[in-house]
Design a protein around this ligand. Sequence first.
Ligand SMILES: [Fe+2]
Length: 219
Amino acid sequence: MISGAQPGNSVLGNGAWIYSRPEFDQVPPSRLWTIKLLNEVIEHKDGYTIGHCQRVRHYAQILGEVLGLESERLGNLLIAGTFHDIGKVGVLARILNKRGPLDHLEWQIIYAHPMLGRELWEGTVPKLSAMARIIHQHHERWDGQGYPQGLAGDQIRPEARILSVVDAYDAMMTDRPYRRALSAGKALRELQDGIGSQFDPEATQVFIELVEGKQLRAA
Ligand SMILES: [Fe+2]
């Protein structure tokens, strides 16, 4: 079993084990309750988020370990992976679930969710500031064309670069209101095409090899 992997009958379990992570030991119960509530609000608004966050965390854990991420960063990644879209609490459900293309204003609202997520996280659990920065950076791109800051390459934290790859893969593999899920082959080709532009080359190449080697059991 991968170190720190969740117990339970399934690969993903119910996800509640994340709140037992040692990083949360110093967090007052009322604060922990608040971030649980925020995540539940997002799950209610955007049903896709429920399984998505657990799968993202699972993929990120495996990829992070294979890439040799040190334990502190791996813990940061697990928690940030779980809460990366917490800023969507500020996005209207009708935008999150819109079937057609988003208009300019709707995109501006979507673009704001990493910053809002960072602010919510810092305001609620300020001692866990490393996760706030990962949440803030999870839509940055390797080539600097991402959002909200336009960071590039190793300006982006390694945990956020890993999160970007696994988040995109799971999003492509899932039915969304505006499109059907892609096949695994097509999703992998999209990742391959994004190497060096959207995605960190090393993290992406290793992830593709893990998927092709069937080492991601929840896929
Ligand atoms: Fe996001």
